[in-house]
Design a protein. Structure first.
Lengths: 482, 252
């Protein structure tokens, strides 16, 4: 009914709370991209020759590539020469050794975002690496973790302190030639997080990276690499926000995960980049390549994502299931409101015997939002006894949004067991009226219904973040349906 | 005595078609009124209009509830003021826990009344007490709202919610439909336990059967959007024997 739609519409218009800009002196390089840009970035980071060579190889390959046109997203062409590829807060020549030496303005920024870099902070028990534009500004709990052999630091630092590990694994899951955006990232990536959990060690706390874009006209290209050695376990979470700007900003990240025998990595994302305004102006273009390799037997990689931000989201966190009996999981909630577009899903590539994968995708569309699930399940000939379960549900709020599902299934081994379920539903006037009649106002009713819809996914998040994510879903929908 | 609710010359339409052609009905505190009528006579429309469903448009008349203009209130405000509708077709809300839902409902009502919100422990105590009243399986209250419930379980869940929310004016819309005789007795016993001197009820039903268990103070017959006859329980019995035919001919 029209009145219900109006109520939905009112609900779906709420402002982005993280849109402020931090006024801080930045070390930036001029706009434009050529081999020299790559060399400057590498030099600024004082990288070894092999890494520069790797970047250059990627850059030269990138020049031969074209932007993919297959996704179900629409945007004006990106001028890659009109972007800045490096921006970092100016700091004294030596990187700060402790939090006391970090620029207080930066600490305040993270404070404002609710991310306490003080180790006694709100999320005590969670170690945080904070990445501000192109560099990591602080990593907490580092010493405590290193006592049990866990390396948790910025990517740049890993290149300096643990070059062998980086060299051994960099590009082994997402090769430099993988795809247009991953290749661009390989050439110009700035910073990100690095984690290594040694044999038999269970990481005792949640590790977390908080990404913040601050500078204007600047792309963010972070790169994260996580390795869980035999029998190791780690749970990792990333969060992201950006200021409100009228221009679109590019974010092209790469995440590589590797699990050896019996190891497990849980990787969760709460993505809340600036989504653009109500008319679709501004917002982050989020083109991200995330992939995990279950290299060892009985290893497990689990992706959980809550995607509420960005003007455009293009990402397919995937699992390459090489080891026998390895397990891949993908749990996703993607919400598009106003003019946001998301084309997201996963790839599960079964190579080893008795490999299992689970895909639970929940798409929520409101306003003029377009939400596409794109998922591939591939069972190779070698994957005797592989199993997959996929469930893709879409929830529509209002009548101007869209939900699309593109499942690709390829089975080369007849012993495979595949299950696929998909549903599309609308938040009904019935449901809202039922809630209203019990005294619950429309705003809370929508938030409740949406969270109920997303519950299967949210319960995979670490507790503290599940609560945040629930609120985020409510807030992102406020004022959403037209 | 001031009436709890006074419905005056209520006309309402849906999709451009008038369904209620002028309803007059006054209910005093503590009274139970039954409305009977054939299919399509407007019984459910009346209940939905009183609860504030926006797919119906009130074109004429007024409803005074506790001295206030009921029709100008949003549905959630009516609920907070103590109007409760036991739905004919209770709605499923996947993934939303029944207890969580009910706690949110109770607390928004309490907040409206300026009362302290109940915490999880106190709420659980309340739920344990009320759940016995209608012999609802405790396992059901921890499942998603109405999801996977049988028809009878859904109806019982409605009365359970009513017991928790303690409304001033409860409308039971064909609560007996789809219930077998055992379930009907349990539901009726639950409803009777909730009868007080202050709480009024409007019981909408198709069959006289329910009224053997929930004995009303007044019975009204609704035909073609109008109340054509009012009386005591004997009217219900006459309808059971003779049907609605003799009334319809007289009206037109």
């Amino acid at each position: 009914m029209s009145t219900t739609t109006d109520k939905l519409k009112e609900f779906v218009d709420k402002d982005y709370a993280y849109g402020f800009v931090t006024d801080i002196e930045q070390d930036t390089i001029p706009k434009g991209l050529d081999e020299n840009t790559v060399r400057i970035i590498s030099a600024k980071k004082e990288e070894p020759e092999w890494l520069l060579e790797w970047r250059l190889k990627a850059f030269r390959h990138w020049l031969t590539m074209t932007e993919p046109t297959w996704p179900n997203i629409h945007y004006p062409p990106i001028d890659y020469q009109d972007l800045r590829y490096y921006s970092a807060p100016k700091q004294d020549k030596d990187k700060p050794k402790s939090l006391d030496e970090v620029d207080p303005e930066l600490l305040r920024t993270y404070e404002k975002l609710g991310i306490s870099l003080e180790e006694q902070g709100r999320l005590a028990g969670v170690a945080v690496d904070a990445v501000f534009d192109s560099v990591s500004v602080a990593t907490t709990f580092k010493d405590k973790l290193s006592e049990i052999g866990i390396i948790f630091c910025s990517f740049s630092e890993a290149v300096k302190e643990h070059p062998d590990l980086v060299r051994q694994y960099l590009g082994t899951v997402v090769p430099y030639s993988d795809n247009f955006f991953a290749t661009l990232n390989s050439a110009v990536f700035s910073d990100g997080s690095f984690v290594y959990v040694p044999k038999g060690v269970r990481c005792p706390m949640e590790l977390s990276t908080y990404f913040r874009i601050n500078a204007s006209d600047t792309g963010q290209f972070e790169r994260t690499l996580i390795i869980a050695d035999e029998g190791a376990y780690v749970s990792y979470l990333e969060g992201c926000t950006a200021p409100m700007r009228d221009e679109n900003q590019l974010h092209a990240a790469v995440v590589e995960l590797v699990t050896l025998d019996h190891a497990e990595i849980k990787y969760a994302t709460v993505q809340n980049w600036y989504p653009g305004d109500k008319d679709g102006k501004g917002g982050i273009y989020n083109f991200v390549t995330k992939r995990g390799k279950c290299a060892g037997v009985k290893s497990k990689i689990s992706w959980t994502q809550v995607e509420t931000g960005s003007a455009i989201t293009w990402k397919y966190p995937s699992c390459l299931l090489l080891g026998d009996d390895s397990i891949g999981e993908f749990y996703s909630v993607a919400l598009t409101n106003n003019y946001q577009q998301a084309d997201t899903g996963t790839k599960m590539i079964h190579v080893g015997k008795n490999t299992r994968s689970t895909i639970i995708s929940k798409g929520i569309s409101a306003g003029h939002g377009q939400n596409t699930y794109r998922g591939q399940v591939k069972i190779l000939k070698s994957a005797e006894g592989a199993r997959n379960y996929s469930q893709c549900d879409s929830l529509l709020l209002g009548d101007k949004c869209g939900a699309h599902t593109f499942p690709y299934i390829e089975v080369k081994n007849p012993t495979a067991q595949m299950e696929h379920e998909a549903t599309t539903s609308k938040i009904g006037e019935d449901q809202l009226f039922y809630c209203n009649q019990r005294g619950i106002d429309t705003e809370n009713a929508i938030s409740m219904i949406v969270n109920g819809f997303a519950k299967q996914v949210l319960r995979n998040l670490p507790m503290e973040f599940a609560v945040e994510a629930q609120k985020l879903l409510g807030v992102s929908l406020e004022g959403s349906v037209g | 005595m001031t009436a709890l609710i006074e419905i005056r010359n209520l006309h309402a339409k849906a999709k451009g078609l008038e369904i209620l052609h002028g309803i007059d009905l006054t209910i005093q505190p503590g009274e139970v009124h039954a409305i009977m009528g054939p299919n399509g006579s407007g019984k459910s429309t009346l209940s939905q209009v009183l609860a504030g469903r926006d797919s119906f448009e009130v074109t004429e008349g007024e409803v005074i509830y506790k001295g206030k203009d009921l029709l100008s209130m949003a549905p959630e405000k009516r609920a907070c003021e103590g109007v409760f509708l036991a739905f004919q077709y209770p709605v499923e809300i996947p993934g939303v826990n029944n207890t969580y839902f009910l706690k949110a409902a109770l607390n928004s009502v309490r907040k409206y009344r300026g009362e302290e919100e109940l915490d999880a422990m106190d709420f659980l105590k309340l739920v344990r007490e009320k759940v016995k009243l209608i012999e609802l399986d405790e396992e059901l209250i921890n499942r998603p709202v109405n999801e996977g419930f049988s028809g009878g379980e859904k109806k019982r869940n409605e009365i359970f919610q009513m017991a928790v929310l303690e409304p001033t004016f409860a409308i039971l819309d064909e609560t007996d439909s789809g219930l077998d005789i055992d379930a009907l007795q349990i539901v009726a016993a639950g409803v009777n336990a909730l009868r007080t001197k202050e709480r009024s009820m409007l019981v909408i039903t198709h069959y006289q059967r329910l009224l053997n268990h929930i004995v009303p103070d007044f019975v009204h017959v609704l035909v073609d959007g109008r109340i054509v006859r009012s009386g005591g329980t004997e009217l219900a019995l006459k309808l059971e024997e003779e049907g609605y035919g003799w009334l319809e001919t007289k009206v037109s």
